[in-house]
Design a protein around this ligand. Structure first.
Ligand code: SF4
Ligand code: SF4
Ligand code: SF4
Ligand code: SF4
Length: 344
């Protein structure tokens, strides 16, 4: 039994061992009782000045002064948020997959549990649920007076760690109504979710915004993102089975990465035996395909981060319902914001 466990640890790819270690160190630095970084900012957890989740809430009738007040209250969190999304633009969601102690702890917990107890969430329509919830979180909840702290991992995880180590504040939180609701969320969408990232995929506003930046950054050839070489891909689906976010789909038997769901964790890179998927910029091929009269002819680079859907034939009536749903969500939120700003 002991030898089997050692063998399993040995089989974990090196980059994933580094990722788990990085999350572990981050938990030690950010979460109680040994919390180091939050205490430097004058907090005992990830709230207050460190909160990255509240400054972009929209209250009907709010003006620029209100926005500046929100920003100044959580200034450290605001700066951290912009550092994270800038890094994501260039290198993908390294914060979420390698550093965030909140999503990371849920993933580590989930990976230590037996798969038969876990709920599979990865086949759900993640994008629609995520951005539908983001609209509710940013616009509807403030309007109805529901606190942004009601369903928040960023208070639950530090308080849970504090409670486990016997801290009175942590125990009081965990046994409060909000604490119990959040603890259930952490168990259902974290520890007992397959790969532990359901909360990240559906309910984290930071992750939802970070994912949009990831998608935007992936359009540029010089940025580092997960890209597929469609000519090497055999369509074996190994990467899709391994992906902790359900971000890989097969289109015409070629793997395609949904950059709004990918967390740049590198699991798919380790899974692919064909070197067909990489965390890379889109490089020019250095090896000439042929040399003609002394001129090197390079094939066009093939690494691509997003799918290019072939245009349907004119006779076909093709409705992409996912796009329709995304459009409805976006339009409803925009109309609501414009209308309430106008009424006030
Ligand atoms: S509970 Fe969450 S939303 Fe509320 S202040 Fe803390 S981190 Fe921010
Ligand atoms: S999605 Fe949110 S909770 Fe999950 S890793 Fe990213 S920032 Fe952390
Ligand atoms: S594992 Fe590699 S070859 Fe197989 S589908 Fe994924 S990218 Fe293609
Ligand atoms: S596509 Fe690859 S890097 Fe992105 S989340 Fe899935 S396994 Fe991780």
């Amino acid at each position: 039994m002991k030898i089997q466990a050692i063998e399993q640890i040995k089989a974990v790819p090196r980059i994933q061992k580094f990722r788990y270690l990085s999350i572990f160190i981050s938990c030690v630095l950010f979460l109680g009782p040994l919390t180091l970084l939050p205490s430097l900012a004058g907090n005992s957890d990830l709230c207050g000045r460190l909160c990255m989740r509240r400054f972009y809430l929209y209250f009907p009738g709010m003006n620029w002064d209100d926005l500046f007040t929100h920003v100044s209250v959580a200034l450290v969190g605001v700066v951290a948020f912009f550092v994270i999304i800038t890094f994501t633009f260039f290198y993908g969601r390294i914060w979420c997959s390698f550093i965030c102690p909140v999503g990371g702890l849920a993933e580590l917990g989930s990976r230590m549990l037996n798969d038969r107890w876990k709920i599979e969430f990865r086949s759900l329509p993640q994008v629609q649920i995520r951005y539908g919830y983001l609209g509710v979180y940013m616009v509807l909840m403030p309007m109805l007076g529901v606190s942004a702290c009601t369903l928040c991992y960023f208070i639950t995880v530090p308080r849970l760690v504090e409670a486990i180590s016997g801290g009175v504040v942590g125990l009081a939180f965990i046994f409060s109504t909000v604490g119990l609701v959040n603890l259930s969320l952490l168990l259902l969408l974290g520890f007992f979710a397959s790969k532990g990232r359901a909360y990240c995929q559906f309910m984290c506003p930071i992750g939802a915004i970070d994912a949009l930046v990831n998608r935007f950054g992936a359009k540029f050839r010089f940025t580092y993102h997960i890209r597929v070489d469609r000519h090497r891909c055999t369509g074996c689906t190994d990467c899709a089975k391994k992906c902790m976010c359900g971000a890989i789909k097969m289109v015409d038997k070629v793997a395609v990465v949904d950059q709004t769901s990918c967390m740049s964790c590198h699991d798919c890179v380790d899974a692919c035996d064909w070197n067909a998927i990489e965390w890379t910029p889109a490089p020019r091929n250095k090896t000439p395909k042929r040399v003609k009269r002394g001129v090197e002819i390079h094939p066009e680079p093939q690494w691509q981060a997003i799918a290019f859907h072939p245009k349907p034939k004119v006779t076909e009536v093709a409705v992409d319902w996912k796009r329709v749903a995304n459009g409805i969500i976006f339009t409803a939120v925009t109309l609501f914001v414009v209308f309430t700003a106008w009424v006030h």
